[in-house]
Design a protein. Structure first.
Length: 232
């Protein structure tokens, strides 16, 4: 009987980075470019800020996209032992920038400067969509030490308890969570404001889900509700 060959952690992580994480970051950039372009054409502003404010997080997003999508910079960072730290630092910048954009959007809303329902909805969708994808990447990068360590036999304790981990008989042998699973967790947490699929086990996982739910609640309950009233 042929022994089953264990997966190469770096090869598996490279596949996830290139074909799942990189497109997710590209989607965030797409949201922001579309909104900035429409804001330029329609002369939209955000509070007292010009249209290009939606582009300020693109440099760190591109910096994150490069090591995700291309092998050479990724391998170079791995050799230096900096890849995970750089990726998490850039994610922090992206999340902080998105939070500041939400603060500006709330300020514009409070001062009564948002009078177009379509404009407000597009801004809210951009902030909310960026929030979902960014936190999905946070979960993917932090759970059990990241996508590489999750494949190792002595991987750290899990930050999230997935249903497949509680019921291994329902999935194929060797199942492990991929980025899509974390994006789903992020999406449902942003909609329900609480865990629905995977349960957070560590304090850092709980704090991340708390921050995501708070940002999502403000975006949906305040911004989207105002947009509906404008449409009426």
């Amino acid at each position: 009987m042929t022994a089953k060959i264990a997966p190469d952690p770096y090869r598996e992580e490279e596949i996830e980075s290139r074909w799942e994480a990189a497109p997710a970051v590209a989607t965030i950039i797409g949201f922001q470019v579309v909104l900035a372009s429409v804001s330029l054409i329609e002369h939209w502003t955000l509070w007292t800020l010009p249209w290009w404010v939606w582009l300020i997080s693109i440099p760190p997003e591109l910096a994150l996209l490069i090591p995700l999508a291309w092998s050479r910079p990724r391998h170079r960072l791995e050799q230096l032992g900096l890849r995970r730290m750089v990726a998490l630092a850039l994610l922090g910048v992206i999340s902080l920038t998105n939070a500041l954009l939400l603060v500006a959007l709330i300020g514009s809303l409070v001062e009564g400067k948002e009078t177009s329902g379509a404009q407000l909805l597009l801004k809210a969708v951009t902030v909310w969509g960026t929030n979902v994808i960014a936190f999905g990447l946070w979960y993917w990068g932090l759970d059990r030490g990241g996508p590489v360590k999750r494949f190792e036999p002595d991987s750290p304790s899990p930050d999230f308890q997935f249903p497949q981990m509680e019921n291994p008989q329902l999935v194929e042998p060797g199942w492990y969570p991929e980025l899509v699973d974390y994006i789903y967790v992020s999406f449902t947490n942003s909609i329900a404001f609480s865990p629905t699929d995977a349960m957070p086990l560590t304090r850092r996982a709980k704090l991340l889900m708390l921050f995501e739910s708070a940002i999502s609640a403000i975006t949906i309950l305040l911004v989207a509700a105002r947009a509906v009233n404008i449409f009426k």
